[in-house]
Every structure is written in C-alpha cells, then in structure tokens.
Write a protein that binds this ligand. Structure first.
Ligand SMILES: C[S@@+](CC[C@H](N)C(=O)[O-])C[C@H]1O[C@@H](n2cnc3c(N)ncnc32)[C@H](O)[C@@H]1O
Length: 278
C-alpha cells in the first residue's frame, strides 16, 4: 500500500491488531504508559471528570484516570484489546467501537483522551470530528501521536527494512495518513490545524520526548510481535530476508547502547490538546 486509501488502511489496522494484544500489553504498552500522565494533565482529568478514553488498548490511560477519581468509559476497535482492558480493570465501562463512529450522544463527556490512536485511523479528521461531537461545551480533548521518523524507537525497524534491501510487502503501509507529507518540524502546526478544522478552540501541540531503556532483543520482539506494521512486514518475508533485516536492526540499535546490554531509544510524541467551544 503506497498511496492513501483510508478504507484499505482501516482494514489493515483491523486485521493487523488481531492476535497482537497480549504482546502489545507486555511490551510496547510499557512505552506508551509513560505518556499517560501528561496526556491526562492536558485533558484536565481529575475527580468527577466524565472521561472517554478512545483506542484504550489494554487500558493504561483509563486505569490512571480511574485512580484520579474520574468516571471512565473506554472504547477500542479491537475486541481483544477491549477484553484485556475490561479484565484488568473491573468496573471499567469498556466497549468495542471505532473512534470515527462513537456510540455516544452529543456532549456526553467532559474530556476525551486518545493515547497513540489517531495515527491508526485512515481518516483522522473524521475521528477528531467525533471527539468534538461527544464533548460537552468547554470539554477538553488530548491526543498523542508519534512524531514519525524523530521517533527513533520505531524508525529503526523501517530503516532496517529499507537498508537490508528486501522487498517491503505491499500489504504493510509505509506511513500513517495522519500528518503524512509533513516533515518533523512542521508536524506540531499541522496537528494544530487539524484540531482547528474539527471545530476546537485553543489548540496547542507540545512535543514530549523520553528515552526508552530496553533490551534490544526484547524491543525487536515488542515491535514485531506487538505492533501491526512491523509484524505484518516480517510475516510476509522469508527466513533469509527476516535475518537480513534483523542484522541491520542489530547494527543500528547498537548505536544506542548504554551498558549492561541495554539501549536507550529516543521516543518522541506530539501531544495535542484543545477545548470544545461553549
Ligand atoms: C498503539 S495502541 C494504543 C493503546 C493505548 N491507548 C495505550 O496507551 O497503550 C492503538 C490502539 O488503538 C486501537 N485502534 C486502532 N484504530 C482504531 C479505531 N479506528 N477506533 C478505535 N480504536 C482503534 C487499536 O486496536 C489499539 O488498541
């Protein structure tokens, strides 16, 4: 898939998450969890907030919001992810639903969070319009997305595929539609414009970056077993091609070594927040 086709991308996403929820929770979610506190702060989540957590995955945002005293409803497109969130957080109201077709009335929530979900939509503008619709006037939205190639922890894999010279399978998208075509420096402003276009006011996008300290072999497993694009790419390669990609990955990831066999991988996110006009 080299050109944008929202329906194909959404189909890829639906199929791509299937069977990966346990590996995601055990691996990649340890990284996304580190962005939860700034996300909840940006959404103003506290006691009494009526929060909708979209693309909840195994539920790290919902769980932290419950601990802050919010009333939390969570949705995820993946039945497996929704089941993990429900099992891990008894009492959490979890539904299987798409972000761009939310099964809620207008103005039902005072805050909406989406931790690393908006870039998984074929039509992110439609998702932001739904977030706006279900918020009450004055309600806050906060959403994170990766700042693509600045996000070294993920970019390493794509670069290893490209540099190893193997043919990238057509089934796996090369980039997400969200902010595609912008270079890293332009993305905060482009994210702001998308929030403005959805009808929000006071849109603001900040960059949140950290180092993810991890065993490099574990990280290979975390991204190839627990995320749809890397997993699909590897699945379609023969054993020799997989080994070639792994060799380049091993060489590139070693540049981030910090001792004791661990690496510290830069992870860079954009955190967009905005208010629904009254
Ligand atoms: C990277 S995970 C993030 C999970 C969780 N928010 C976290 O912080 O770890 C992306 C999640 O979004 C879900 N997702 C992808 N597309 C979606 C859509 N259109 N509507 C709702 N959820 C979606 C996936 O099933 C997956 O659970």
């Amino acid at each position: 898939m080299t050109t944008w086709d929202a329906e194909s991308f959404d189909r890829f996403e639906r199929e791509g998450w299937a069977g990966r929820s346990d590996a995601y929770r055990e691996g990649f979610a340890r990284l996304t969890a580190r962005f939860v506190a700034p996300l909840l702060d940006a959404a103003g989540v506290g006691p009494g907030t009526r929060l909708l957590d979209v693309g909840c995955g195994p539920g790290p945002v919902s769980a932290a919001a419950l601990r802050r005293g919010a009333q939390v409803t969570a949705v995820d497109a993946s039945p497996e992810m929704a089941a993990l969130a429900a099992a891990a957080h008894p009492g959490l109201d979890v539904r299987v639903a798409l972000l761009d077709a939310l099964p809620f009335a207008d103005g039902e929530f005072t805050a909406v969070t989406g931790n690393f979900v908006i870039h998984h939509l074929g039509d992110p503008a439609a998702g932001l319009a739904e977030v706006h619709r279900v918020l009450a006037p004055g309600g806050r939205a906060a959403l994170t997305c990766w700042n693509q190639e600045a996000m070294r922890a993920l970019a390493l894999f794509g670069e290893a595929v490209a540099e190893s010279g193997v043919a990238r399978p057509a089934e796996a998208p090369e980039t997400a539609p969200f902010l595609a075509g912008c270079d890293a420096a332009e993305r905060p402003a482009a994210f702001c414009r998308l929030l403005d276009a959805a009808g929000f006011r006071d849109a603001d996008v900040e960059t949140v970056q950290l180092l993810h300290r991890v065993d490099p072999g574990q990280w290979w497993h975390d991204i190839t077993a627990g995320t749809p694009v890397a997993g699909t790419v590897l699945h379609h390669l023969d054993a020799a091609s997989r080994a070639a990609v792994r060799r380049v990955y091993d060489r590139k990831v070693a540049a981030h070594a910090v001792g004791d066999g661990f690496v510290a991988l830069p992870a860079v996110a954009l955190l967009g927040a905005a208010t629904r006009a009254g």
